[in-house]
Design a protein around this ligand. Sequence first.
Ligand SMILES: N[C@@H](CCC(=O)N[C@@H](CS)C(=O)NCC(=O)O)C(=O)O
Length: 211
Amino acid sequence: MYKLYARPGSGSFIVEAIMAEAGVPLEIQDVERLPGRIPPDYLVKLNPLGQIPTLILPNGEVMTETAAITIYLCDLYPKAELAPAADSPLRAAYLRWLLYMATTIYMSDLRAIYCERYTDDPNGVEAVKSSALKQRNRQWDILEAELGDKPYLLGGKFSVLDIYAVMLAGWNRDSREFLAKRPTLRALYERVRARPKLTPVFKRNTMDALT
Ligand SMILES: N[C@@H](CCC(=O)N[C@@H](CS)C(=O)NCC(=O)O)C(=O)O
């Protein structure tokens, strides 16, 4: 059985969602928040960065990094049809936009949330945050342009990219205003949230309410 170290509303959402879509049993352990944003020792022993998601595979191996976990699980459970196969014409776009989200938007979110980690200058913290938010908006503009008027990021077919995008969109503290300004992204959010296997995952992660 897989075991996921999780926290509702965090990057572990993508792993929960993939497993729900693929119908794979998953044990979930929610990791508590300690003062000062210090990760608990048991998590650091598994993942030196103390980050979520941390996934324990059935053979006991530890896996981290949402993009790596996503590629790994979607390839392992192809019947779920969450990702194009290696020889699909959509594979390049799939990898491009998955890695784009994981290495740009996600990182801008981390810079905005954990801004004090990104400067040694106590007076520079606010500047780190405002610059991260500016970059994040530009990165979302690029992704939204890619979505255009298609129903899903890869065109007519739903994929894990849509779940990943919606996870990131749901994190924005100004989520309602953010999505109000981005109607195509909001429509994607609603489409993904309405998937029967995902509805409980949205609820557990307190990401179901949008209005
Ligand atoms: N690059 C990692 C980032 C993971 C990450 O930063 N997770 C956040 C939650 S969304 C976390 O655990 N933050 C706690 C910390 O960094 O102390 C990934 O894609 O999995």
